[in-house]
Ligand binder design. Structure first.
Ligand code: GDP
Ligand code: MG
Length: 597
């Protein structure tokens, strides 16, 4: 395909606005895939993604389409639709010249619509504003176009109207992509420059590297060099995603596809790196992007200690396809041997945990999540802290710093008061409001990430009856009055229950954790004391009264089968208990801190 007939674009949208459905329509209408195959093979192929309706990994697809007697090669690059994966949006944008900005004609502009539109504008992409779901009886196109004008400077004359579900307006939208998105500028005869924007691990082929060629060309047998690491490889296969991997002889400037080169380890491939020809290298690399650092950490422990190696293996497997996830071994006196794991955000954490439980048959205990902190010590050294166990003694801490985010809420105007109160409660600093219309408003705050990760999203949904949406970006670290709060069960500090909290909320959090523990821990033959402490000073206490009667007394008379059942149940329960001193603590108790935000 001549470069002038190539178009590289993506679809950006708020979750549920119809991105996957539209991508399917593009494949159908261009004959890339048949109606029959569409269910079996869609752009988001992972089960979990399909179940949850979110796209996590970016899958590109190459489509051929004829218009006005010319054959065009369209590369559609999928983007994820959740705040945790915003950095992946930036990556895929870098491989495109244009983006379809898809907005639900009823719901209107949402938080991720605005965030993604601005990312695309910053990346210099041509936006094609598009209303989806125009088939809905209650669609309100004019109202939504008004919001788009206000929020992302859309020219109403440019708005396309489609129904991805019923297939209305799809050809017109394809034509708009061809007419409005610029062809890639690039020189096939110049030294090779290809940008790596994603990769996945294939058991048979090794690492499959996703590339966008900027200059030059690539073919099997060619010796290439990764510019950042100076590592060299020989290409074994070139291909395009249609949507399955399909081999081809060559890819040239402007094209999008993949290559394999017997690369065994996904860590050897740096997203954002430039691939060049080993013998005829480009003078300089493309501007890369920064790999995101995990911002949320939590401990992951096997319920049975002998499953530690199995857990390590399972985590290693996950890491093969997700370089943003990290894990390092750690030991806890309460939980034994486990791993400290790093995630991009709370959804990422949830997804990883579900995958682990699905793919391996491990029983896992997860400790409360915390954000990454920075501590400046009195000796001038700055350390990064991934968990409460790493916090040094208060005496050596000069400054305790936490990540701050800029968070935008898009909410019904009637909820402003409630939302502001909630933000103030969570140490938020008001930045601005912006009205999209009389009914809807954007509210911008700066807030500690720690306050966002607990259950802010759920709170937002309940305050706005489901109508509010949010999006955030990390601004950097700021000093705060933070402390490590320890929890003691019958005099023993349980490190897995320690949390880092703001001093002003410590007492409240401490009381809640203890109340939760009291519910979860069974009575013992002695009274069990529960305490929360900061640097040895007790700030809250509770106790669990001693057991007086035998549990089997609950069963009337002496029905032996019932007793047996009860004993069996207790034995079963025992497997999930951890012994802290003389006290049996059920695994649920370790999650007490999670629910006390
Ligand atoms: P995504 O999260 O942006 O990928 O959204 P999906 O493509 O998964 O669509 C979300 C929901 O909206 C699904 O239930 C779709 O069937 C529905 N949907 C998508 N496009 C249309 C449309 O044009 N009209 C109607 N009525 N529903 C649609
Ligand atoms: Mg989707």
């Amino acid at each position: 395909t001549p470069t002038s007939n190539i178009r590289n674009f993506c679809i950006i949208a708020h979750i549920d606005h119809g991105k996957s459905t539209l991508a399917d329509q593009f494949l159908l209408k261009t004959g890339t895939i048949s109606e029959r195959d569409i269910k079996a093979q869609t752009l988001d192929s992972m089960d979990l993604e399909r179940e949850r309706g979110i796209t996590i990994r970016m899958h590109p697809v190459t489509i051929y389409y004829e218009l006005g007697g010319r054959k065009y090669e369209l590369n559609l690059i999928d983007t994820p639709g959740h705040v945790d994966f915003n950095y992946e949006v930036s990556r895929s944008l870098a491989a495109c010249e244009g983006a379809v900005l898809l907005v639900d004609a009823f719901q209107g502009v949402q938080a991720q619509t605005v965030a993604n539109a601005f990312l695309a504008m910053e990346a210099g992409l041509k936006l094609i504003p598009t209303l989806n779901k125009i088939d809905l009886a209650h669609a309100r196109p004019d109202f939504v176009i008004g919001e788009m004008e206000q929020a992302v400077f859309t020219d109403p004359a440019e708005v396309m109207r489609v129904s991805a579900k019923s297939g209305i307006g799809i050809e017109d939208l394809l034509a708009a992509v061809i007419e409005r998105v610029p062809a890639p500028a690039g020189d096939s005869t110049a030294p090779l420059k290809a940008m790596i924007y994603n990769s996945h691990f294939d058991t048979y082929k090794g690492v499959v590297v996703y590339v966008r060629l900027i200059d030059g060309s690539m073919k099997p047998g060619q010796r290439i060099k990764m510019m950042r690491t100076a590592r060299e490889y020989v290409i074994t296969e070139m291909g395009q995603f249609r949507p399955g991997m399909e081999k081809c002889d060559e890819l040239a400037a402007g094209q999008v596809g993949y290559f394999t080169a017997n690369i065994k380890n996904i860590q050897d491939v740096n997203i954002g790196d430039t691939v060049t020809d080993a013998f005829n290298p480009a003078a300089e690399a493309l501007a890369g992007y920064k790999e995101p650092k995990p911002m949320v950490y939590s401990g992951l422990y096997p319920v049975n200690n002998h499953e530690f190696e199995d857990l390590r293996e399972a985590l290693g497997k996950l890491k093969l396809n997700d370089s943003s996830f990290t894990f390092t071994p750690e030991v806890s006196d309460g939980l034994g041997f486990g791993f400290r794991c790093g995630f991009l955000g709370m959804l990422h954490r949830e997804i990883i945990q579900q995958r682990l439980e699905r793919d391996s048959e491990l029983n896992l205990v997860q400790t409360a999540p915390n954000v990454t902190f920075e501590i400046l010590k009195n000796n001038g050294e700055t350390v990064t802290v991934h968990g409460p166990q790493d916090v040094p003694d208060a005496g050596v801490i000069k400054e305790f710093r936490e990540p701050i985010v800029k968070i935008s809420f898009l909410i019904p105007a009637g909820n402003i008061g409630d939302l502001m109160a909630m933000c103030t409660d969570r140490r938020g600093t008001f930045i601005r409001t912006e009205y999209l219309s009389q009914q809807r408003v954007i509210l911008v705050y700066e807030m500690p990430l720690a306050e966002v990760i607990y259950d802010l999203y759920d709170k937002l949904k309940s305050v706005t009856h489901g109508y509010g949406t949010m999006d955030y970006e990390v601004l950097g670290y700021r000093t705060a009055d933070l402390v490590r709060m320890d929890i003691m069960v019958h005099g023993n500090r349980v490190d897995a229950l320690s949390i880092i909290v703001h001093r002003s909320t410590a007492e409240r959090r401490g009381r809640k954790v203890l109340q939760k523990l009291r519910e979860e821990i069974d009575r013992h033959l002695f009274e069990v004391a529960l305490q929360a402490a900061i640097g040895g000073r007790i700030i809250a206490r509770e106790s669990i009264a001693a057991l007086r009667k035998n549990v089997t007394a609950k069963c009337y008379g002496g029905d032996i089968t019932r007793k047996r059942k009860l004993w069996a149940k207790q034995a079963e329960g025992k497997k999930r208990m951890k012994q802290i001193g003389q006290v049996e603590v059920p695994q649920e108790a370790f999650l007490a801190v999670l629910e006390s935000g």
